[in-house]
Design a protein around this ligand. Structure first.
Ligand SMILES: *Cc1c(COP(=O)(O)O)cnc(C)c1O
Length: 463
């Protein structure tokens, strides 16, 4: 369809609110490959399908709102990361992005390792058969019970995040008669080009031990003295939804600088360096993420070059992508409830979910796209804000987008790229029932996390 088929386009452009990112797309029925999972397509009848199953059928069988996860796409992305980094590096999927037992099994199949950051995530991983030595345990305030459970289980590494934790983990390991493999998480003073709340390597924050002022060096000194610890490496995670590799370049430079100082002071070359996660994905057509093989090439080159300069053996690299693996693989399917045009402003489209299934827009001002998926439409584009059903005016799912002007209650719309940090951050606000996650693959759909029920809510309410 050509742009001229939408005479309303320019008129809308005139009334776009200040700061609105772009004009309406040329064809609202078109699905931009960048933001949709790999098997998502529109059938000749105009209905969108994933894994060969039409969304109308999925809505009938599983209800809305619901997350539909393209298992083929997930496995392909996991494999692409694994292959890109090869056998000299490890890929740890960051479980906090989205974790379920099915996901753990897929990761296991595809040869990935797993990051967890709570006892709950650890239990999920172990219960689905992830070998403990392929699990890394993170967090700035792990409880004594969590540390004990992790050490007893035999996790491959614990990432130490504070001076107190260095002593605590050593003490617990010794009391269990073990020596725990650990890394120390440092902050390298890099401000990643991303939203402030998700940038984590500048120093004024709760994670890690600052390189500045010799604090990281002091942490290493202490860890090397403790019998309960086997210090194997240094960890740095600079933020999330990052597109620009220069932040990693600076981080690698500084981490290798520390490895060199450690070698000079203690005569020890630590064998591992972890550069964290944070690689960005496309939420809208304006985003241009990098491919895993480009990222792998860039990171390994940076580390080798820095180590050569410092005359160090190149350590084993690990990375921790969460969003970049699961984010693009799922979309949230909603049914349109009410439609409220506000003259000269925009049209509010209310759906049957909202901030309880996607808090990212309210929390980070995240941008999303949206499409009408139960049918095609030739109607003119209208500027919409997709909102939820919660008692909060900040309950926005998609801040600015275009949907066809003939949108009607009962239509199905889908928000792509909701695989990461949506179900995992879902809440029961307003006693909403958290939506299910349904994996779709080769014509078959199966629930991997079921929808919450009112009985679930009442079961917790024991007063
Ligand atoms: C959150 C987190 C990740 C994953 O971040 P993504 O942006 O999902 O890739 C990796 N490592 C650590 C330590 C994290 O906290």
């Amino acid at each position: 369809m050509s742009r001229s088929a939408h005479p309303a386009g320019p008129r809308h452009a005139d009334v776009l609110p200040e700061g609105h990112p772009s004009a309406p797309p040329a064809d609202l029925n078109h699905l931009d490959r960048k933001v949709w999972a790999s098997t998502v397509t529109r059938t000749p009848e105009g209905v969108v399908s994933v894994g060969g199953v039409e969304v109308t059928r999925l809505a009938e069988e599983f209800g809305t709102p619901a997350y539909f996860l393209d298992e083929t796409d997930f496995r392909e992305r996991a494999r692409a990361w694994r292959t890109a980094f090869g056998s000299d590096a490890d890929v740890f999927y960051a479980g906090k992005a989205f974790l379920s037992r099915a996901v753990v099994r897929w990761l296991h199949d595809e040869g990935l390792n797993l990051d967890v950051c709570s006892g709950g995530e650890l239990t999920t991983a172990l219960s689905a058969g992830m070998p403990a030595d392929r699990i890394a345990f993170h967090g700035n305030n792990k409880s004594v019970e969590e540390i004990e459970t992790a050490i007893r289980a035999g996790v491959g590494r614990i990432v130490l995040d504070s001076f107190q934790e260095i002593v605590r983990v050593s003490h617990i390991a010794q009391s269990l008669g073990k020596r725990q493999r650990v890394q120390i998480r440092i902050t390298v003073g890099v401000e990643a080009h991303t939203h402030e709340f998700i940038a984590t390597a500048h120093e004024d924050q709760k994670f890690g031990i600052p390189l500045a002022g010799g604090q990281a060096a002091e942490a290493v000194r202490r860890a090397l003295q403790l019998d309960g610890l086997e210090l194997v490496g240094i960890h740095s995670h600079i933020g999330s939804q990052i597109f620009d590799m220069s932040g990693f370049e600076v981080a690698a430079h500084r981490v290798v600088g520390l490895l060199k100082d450690i070698r000079d002071e203690h005569g020890v070359e630590l064998p591992e360096i972890d550069l964290g996660g944070g690689l960005g994905i496309a939420y809208t057509s304006d985003d241009d993420p990098r491919e895993p093989h480009e990222i792998a090439k860039a990171l390994t080159e940076i580390v080798s070059r820095e180590c050569e300069g410092a005359k160090l053996r190149t350590p084993r690299i690990s990375v921790e992508p969460g969003r970049a693996i699961v984010g693009p693989t799922a979309f949230t399917l909603y049914e349109v409830g009410t439609i409220k045009p506000l003259d000269g402003l925009r049209t509010y489209v209310s759906v049957d979910g909202g901030m309880s299934d996607n808090i990212r827009t309210a929390l980070y001002d995240a941008e999303y796209s949206v499409a009408l998926v139960s049918r095609t439409s030739e109607a003119a584009p209208m500027l919409v804000r997709v909102v939820g059903k919660h008692c909060e005016s900040g309950d926005i799912v998609v801040k600015d987008a275009f949907l066809p002007a003939d949108l009607a209650p009962g239509d199905l719309i889908a928000v792509p790229a909701t695989g990461a940090y949506c179900r995992s951050m879902a809440s029961n606000y307003n006693h909403a029932l958290r939506p299910p996650v349904v994996a779709v693959r080769e014509g078959e759909a199966r629930v991997i996390v079921r929808r919450e029920t009112e009985e679930d809510l009442l079961r917790l309410d024991v007063g």
